[in-house]
Design a protein around this ligand. Structure first.
Ligand code: HEM
Ligand code: CU
Length: 668
């Protein structure tokens, strides 16, 4: 390996010392394959893959919970589930779908695709990226330990309304850890989301390829940026609220306890100040995916690119000013109600603008009706439908009828499944060839689309009528002569059809991963930079730092081959003069620090339960062991963070453009 010191090397050059000096106790691992390489990975694509697999797993868990709910509601006066289990199921279903399925599946795309779209070799802080994933996994585990723990699962709804989270509403059994699990689980997930978002933010601002100005940024990357902003600005509200409810439950404070002068309504404000932007955190990435797929399969540039971008910003901004439309029926007073109604209606404007731009993109396009396109068109139709019912309940008097009825359930499933999930399923189809070098069979892909599309509409369309006929949300059963029987039965049948569609989708994906048709680079003839590299992408992404000349960067490359080739040769020589490509080493400390988080938060939530269980097992009274566990978790966390900060930058060089090819790697 060339040991000459390159000029202009990155900071941290000192670390390129001879191996002996680096045989420090915690030398960074450099495994390229095997389980250790996954546990210590800092590669944005691998981390994206981990997010993807984990979120799809929880998507199936949340789906199973949904089927239990729908089975219970299929017939009146059903006793399939108890009221308690029903409450646990709808709490876990919503919490799981929002925080463990849709958000992390979006994060999977942010991780995998965004750096490729901007021509970067990784995110700005690769170890922090790994850490965000492991902390997410810790939060997911905390939320779900109720499946095996004696206290049971959280049963307070995904919105955790006060006073249901108060101690007085918890079962007597050892202080009821289930609500604490919900509180700590969400808190830990929030840490992960904020860390991840800061990373994406810095990456997009700082690590764009030369020539990639903001107004040339692919729309998916723009939506990643807006989502990151929304997360960073909205999560602090829920963080505070969760700290307060945690203190109410564990330290006898009275933030939300009426008996002590607390205000349950305060919880709703704090929750929805987070909760409303959260629904845009769920939909903006979907809008980004759709804005990539439609132009590609309509063979046209995106219609009104700047407007699509700016309307995303407007949606994000307005999203912060409408939280109280979730509270119209709490009696806020006329001025507040009128103001929030108007602000909510205003959101329909930028949302509608986006839809017009998508239709403008399709207009007179040469449409290729491949599977990703089918899912994308399904998105446009159903998202629009969900938007309409949203506008309906933005009118406060109408909402007084619809609030807490199945009409709202229909609305948010049209935007969340018809919107977010359809777009993410479209994205998986679209980027699958890039990630794995294989393509899904069009027949099976389209079949799963139609089954999912039909199942979804059969399930949720009747819910509009159930709601308008007065069927309340969150009810575990109903009487047979309310007129809700057939609507519920149809919805349940639809849910199983939807489940079958999802099952087909998954089987097809797994089959394709192992046996699908192999495809070459750029199978869709796409526009954006991620398609300019081989599939699956190499660890260093780009052999040569790409240079961007136009908005649809890769289309430009394809149309100006000679010029771009010459530039690439020059750039390759330039990269080489700077010592080749520098890549970061793996690290153990993200996962160790996250393990500290898991242990600490789990023991904190369950310290009473733990002490009681141990007392039972040992036959004598034990106190303080649970708290001790929480402290040990904290110590592991600080140990991990400290070692992380001193382990050094590590790293290795690659010379992919030299004659000896991709293997010319050397680590320092
Ligand atoms: C034109 C755009 C939209 C408008 C005007 C709108 C309006 C509303 C209003 C007024 C409510 C409160 C209804 C009630 O509880 O009585 C609501 C509830 C809800 N919306 Fe939307 N919405 C829009 C788009 C979205 C999107 C894009 C999502 C998610 C991706 C979403 C998800 C939800 C959810 C989850 C709830 C129920 C929350 C709960 O009570 O648990 N909405 N929407
Ligand atoms: Cu809202």
């Amino acid at each position: 390996m060339d040991q000459s010191i390159p000029k202009n090397d990155f900071i941290g050059h000192e670390e390129h010392a001879p191996a002996a000096k680096r045989s420090f106790l915690f030398a960074r691992p450099d495994h390229k394959t095997g389980i250790v390489s996954w546990l210590t990975t800092v590669d944005h694509k691998r981390i994206g893959f981990l997010y993807g697999i984990t979120s799809l797993f929880f998507f199936l868990v949340g789906g199973a919970e949904a089927l239990l709910i729908r089975t219970q509601l299929a017939f009146p006066n059903s006793t399939f589930l108890t009221a308690q289990t029903y409450n646990e199921m709808f709490t876990m279903h919503a919490t799981t779908m929002i925080f463990l399925a849709v958000m992390p599946l979006s994060a999977a795309f942010f991780n995998y695709i965004m750096p490729l779209q901007i021509g970067a070799r990784d995110v700005a802080f690769p170890r922090l990226n790994g850490f965000a994933y492991w902390v997410f996994l810790a939060g997911a585990i905390i939320l779900n330990v109720g499946f095996i723990a004696k206290s049971g699962l959280p049963d307070v709804g995904w919105f955790g309304y006060a006073p249901m989270t108060a101690k007085a509403f918890s079962s007597e059994f050892v202080g009821d850890m289930s609500t604490d699990l919900w509180v700590m689980g969400l808190q830990v997930l929030g840490v992960s989301s904020i860390i991840g978002s800061l990373n994406f933010l810095v990456t997009i601002i700082n690590m764009r390829a030369p020539g990639l100005t903001m107004m040339r940024l692919p729309v998916f990357t723009w939506m990643t940026l807006f989502t990151a902003f929304l997360i960073i600005l909205s999560f602090p509200a829920i963080t505070i609220a969760l700290v307060e409810v945690m203190m109410d439950r564990n330290f006898g404070t009275h933030f939300f306890e009426v008996s002590g002068g607390g205000l349950p309504i305060l919880w709703q404000h704090l929750f929805w100040v987070f909760g409303h932007p959260e629904v845009y955190i769920l939909i903006l990435p979907a809008m980004g995916v759709i804005s990539e797929i439609l132009p590609c399969f309509a063979r046209k540039p995106l219609f009104g690119y700047p407007i699509v971008v700016f309307s995303g910003a407007v949606i994000g901004f307005l999203g912060f000013g409408v939280w109280s439309h979730h509270m119209f029926t709490t009696g806020m007073g006329t001025v507040a109600t009128a103001a929030f109604a108007l602000a909510t209606m205003a959101i329909a404007v930028p949302t509608g603008v986006k839809i017009f731009n998508w239709i403008g993109t399709l207009w007179k396009g040469h449409l290729m009706m491949r599977t990703p396109m089918m899912f994308a068109l399904g998105f446009v139709w159903m998202f629009m439908f969900g938007g309409f019912s949203g506008i309906m309940h933005s009118a406060a008097p109408a909402d007084a009828q619809q609030q807490d009825s199945y009409f709202v359930v229909a609305h948010f499933h049209y935007v969340l499944i018809g919107g977010s999930i359809f777009a993410l399923l479209a994205g998986i189809h679209y980027w699958f060839p890039l990630m794995f070098g294989r393509k899904v069979s069009e027949f099976w892909g389209k079949l799963s689309f139609w089954v999912i599309f039909a199942g979804f509409n059969i399930t949720f369309f009747p819910m509009h009528f159930l709601g308008l006929n007065g069927m309340p949300r969150r009810t575990f059963t109903y009487d047979g002569n309310m007129g809700w029987n057939s609507g519920n039965l149809i919805a349940t049948i639809g849910a199983f059809i939807l489940g079958i569609g999802i099952a087909v989708y998954f089987v097809v994906m797994v089959y394709t991963y192992f046996k699908g048709q192999k495809v070459g680079r750029d199978p869709w003839d796409a526009r954006t930079l991620e398609w300019s590299i081989p599939n699956p992408p190499p660890a260093h992404n780009f052999d040569v730092t790409p240079k961007v000349h136009a908005r649809d960067a890769f289309w430009y490359e394809k149309n100006n081959k000679a010029e771009v080739e010459a530039e690439k040769a020059k750039q390759a020589a330039d990269d080489e003069a700077h010592g080749g490509i520098h890549m970061p080493s793996n690290s153990w400390f993200p996962i160790i620090t996250a393990a500290g988080f898991l242990i600490g938060a789990l023991f904190f939530a369950g310290h009473n339960t733990f002490d009681h269980t141990m007392s039972d097992l040992l036959g004598k009274d034990i106190h303080g062991w649970g708290v001790m566990g929480a402290i040990i978790g904290g110590v592991i966390m600080f140990f991990g963070a400290w070692m992380w900060s001193v382990e050094g930058p590590g790293g290795y060089h690659l010379h992919p453009t030299k004659a000896d090819g991709d293997d010319a790697a050397s680590s320092h």
